[in-house]
Design a protein around this ligand. Structure first.
Ligand code: MRU
Length: 369
């Protein structure tokens, strides 16, 4: 299906009578091609997450939630109509086992699956298998809608912090493509522009997979935002020239002390920002916090295939057999982060106590049947 011209929605659920199916906007072929891909089963969705058809921590979590719901709807339809909710247990477990480790750094993936598991456990004794599957779909939709709401609130808090005339430097893609709403860091930039103006938005290209060049520039241009593409290595030069007023990025996982894992290159931007006396902000919803980890040293950093660095989209650049390192993420210590911007407010500076206080009640309520 070709959806050129449609609004950018990274994950969507298409109702189809008794069941329904998740569809992902294929981010591997953007911006040249705008196409949605159906995710009929767990194996297809798992591979799509690994291949970055869907990417960005919140969007991955939403996709996984829909994937689990779809798997349960299909399983329930094969059972006798009056089967109890317990009969869905193998389907729930299979979905979590299949999707849970598709990408190890973005905690939103595990968070969303754990949340659906809790929802299932909560209702299982009260519903039939079909009702239970329908309930899981409802919860996946709720997670999606809640993320959109978080994005709006993050944007409001973050926009107030951003400079109005100086440039804003960002990395990777943290917009609509990466979330269920307008985005986190890019949502803040978008809101700041709407509230008045922003200087140039410098989008780091984000080697090796170019989420900045392909996705952030694409989103900014569609929104009419004043974007300029730069390579990752230009950030220090732009700061030294006085063209940057702030750095803002997203997060894949934030430890209890505020250390933040995000796209590779974020750490060096934070170091550079500190050197140049610039604020470095991280914007993320509560679902990106992992308070079970005391600090960033405990965060698993995904290592991706070497060929992603040796070339681009199958076109070789480096010698075919050269050794490569390819961590997809790095950890920025909390001490280099000026503030964490969440939907609940701004944590400035990030400290374990301030994080614990703001996120004290960070478990979404599961409504009764
Ligand atoms: O490898 P990706 O493209 O999934 O990495 C995404 C990022 O690093 C984003 O900054 C992060 O997930 C936050 S998205 C709101």
């Amino acid at each position: 299906m070709n959806d050129a011209g449609a609004p950018l929605v990274s994950v969507r659920w298409r109702d189809r009578g008794l069941d329904g199916i998740p569809e992902l906007l294929d981010q591997t072929v953007l911006p040249q091609t705008v196409v949605y891909r159906e995710m009929p089963d767990l194996a297809t969705l798992r591979q799509a997450i690994i291949d970055l058809v869907v990417r960005g921590a919140p969007a991955i979590g939403i996709a996984a939630a829909y994937g689990l719901a779809r798997h349960c709807l299909v399983a329930a339809a094969r059972l006798p109509e009056a089967s109890p909710g317990e009969a869905l247990e193998p389907a729930v477990a299979a979905a979590i086992a299949s999707l849970g480790d598709a990408r190890p750094t973005a905690v939103n993936l595990r968070w969303a699956l754990t949340h659906l598991r809790t929802c299932f456990d909560h209702h299982v004794g009260l519903l039939t298998a079909r009702e239970s599957a329908a309930r899981l779909l409802l919860e996946a939709k709720r997670i999606h809608a809640e993320d959109a709401q978080c994005c709006r609130q993050i944007a409001r808090h973050g926009a107030a912090l951003l400079p109005r005339t100086a440039g804003i430097l960002t990395i990777c893609n943290t917009g609509a493509l990466a979330t269920g709403g307008i985005g986190t860091a890019l949502g803040c930039i978008r809101q700041a522009h709407q509230d008045g103006a922003t200087g140039t938005i410098f989008a780091c290209e984000t080697r090796p997979l170019l989420q900045g060049a392909r996705l952030t520039v694409f989103e900014c241009q569609r929104l009419g935002l004043p974007v300029a593409l730069c390579t990752d290595g230009m950030a220090g030069c732009l700061m030294a020239q006085g063209r940057v007023g702030a750095v803002i990025a997203g997060a894949d996982r934030i430890a209890a002390n505020g250390d933040t894992a995000n796209k590779i290159g974020t750490y060096q931007l934070a170091v550079l920002a500190r050197h140049h006396g610039l604020p470095c902000y991280i914007a993320a919803p509560y679902s990106t916090f992992d308070r079970s980890l005391p600090d960033g040293g405990a965060i698993t950093l995904e290592e991706r295939p070497a060929d992603e660095v040796r070339g681009y989209r199958g076109v070789p650049a480096a010698p075919a057999d050269c050794p490569v390192v390819n961590p997809a993420f790095d950890v920025t210590p909390a001490s280099l982060i000026t503030a964490l911007i969440t939907e609940r407010g701004v944590i400035r500076p990030p400290t374990p106590a301030a994080i614990a206080e703001l996120l004290a009640d960070d478990h979404p309520q599961i409504p009764a049947v």
